[in-house]
Design a protein around this ligand. Structure first.
Ligand SMILES: [Zn+2]
Ligand SMILES: [Zn+2]
Length: 167
């Protein structure tokens, strides 16, 4: 039963709830693993939520340090490792020799530029169709997938063409 008190406390908080959404989402990920949300974890999580962003641990560290100057790189590594372990983030090894992280958990593929290391997200329905087709074809229950297309991004291709003309 919803009491009057609860009903009134739900309504005006509409705004606050949406502002706290990252905290609530992170808590939902961490609690089943017996982990608590800390300000540093939340800060790392928020950095990883940026659109089309696949940062290195150093990039995450630089961002989190703006808010928490006392945080160490070791702590950021530890949080990223935990996140990768429980599926809050995904580790990406391509696009340069440094590992990078992806906070987007919805199914998507990557376009990886072998020249500048740029990684772009592709969200396309055909990926789902392909996954379903493979599941049927190989009688395999697909839990997760990771598609990656490597090559040269538009900017790098343009630069190379320009260089070739000059030579
Ligand atoms: Zn490039
Ligand atoms: Zn991605």
């Amino acid at each position: 039963m919803i009491t009057n008190k609860e009903a009134t406390s739900i309504k005006p908080q509409g705004r606050r709830v949406s502002r706290d959404l990252p905290r609530m989402t992170l808590a939902a990920h961490l609690h089943p693993h017996g982990m608590r949300v800390t300000p540093q974890k939340l800060a790392v999580f928020k950095v990883l939520q940026r659109d089309n962003y696949h940062p290195t641990p150093d990039m995450v560290f630089a961002e989190v340090r703006k808010q928490y100057p006392m945080v160490s790189l070791g702590t950021v590594y530890q949080i990223l490792d935990q996140f990768a372990e429980i599926g809050v983030a995904r580790r990406i090894f391509s696009g340069g020799n440094r590992q990078r992280f992806d906070g987007k958990r919805s199914p998507h593929a990557h376009l990886v530029c072998e020249r500048c290391g740029r990684i772009d997200d592709i969200e396309d329905r055909s990926l789902e169709a392909l996954t379903e087709r493979f599941a049927r074809k190989f009688d395999f229950q697909i839990r997760d997938h990771y598609f990656e297309f490597s090559g040269s991004c538009a900017g790098c291709t343009r630069r190379r063409k320009r260089r070739n003309r000059l030579e």
